[in-house]
Design a protein around this ligand. Structure first.
Ligand code: ZN
Length: 113
């Protein structure tokens, strides 16, 4: 019986004791998730870009590369949303702010850039 884990999408067999391709450890001792939780998806090089995909041309500003733990990332996203007066979300270490807010975000994130 193969089982698909909710978080990683990793498929493994309970019988074979497969090795995780991500970290090279037995699946039961996989470090990938832990690594993600420790969070630092970003390399500390913050980038601000505009994505128009799926937003009917309205666009959404992406802030990537922030080397922050999830809690702080969320707090920062909240602050940015408030300052931009718009909605947004955090997805896999990327802050998404609705609309083209690149100029404002550059100002707001100047200390981190
Ligand atoms: Zn792994």
């Amino acid at each position: 019986m193969a089982k698909r884990t909710k978080n990683s999408g990793l498929v493994y067999s309970t019988e074979s004791g497969r090795i995780c391709p991500g970290c090279g450890r037995p699946v039961g001792d996989c470090q990938c998730k832990k690594r993600q939780q420790a969070a630092v998806e970003g390399d500390g090089k913050v980038r601000i870009s505009l994505s128009t995909k799926g937003r009917k041309g309205k666009g959404m500003t992406l802030v990537t590369g922030l080397a922050l733990p999830p809690g702080e990332l969320k707090a920062l996203a909240k602050e940015l949303k408030q300052k931009c007066g718009t909605g947004g979300t955090v997805k896999q270490g990327v802050i998404e702010i609705q609309g083209d807010r690149r100029e404002l975000l550059k100002e707001l994130l100047r200390d981190q850039l």
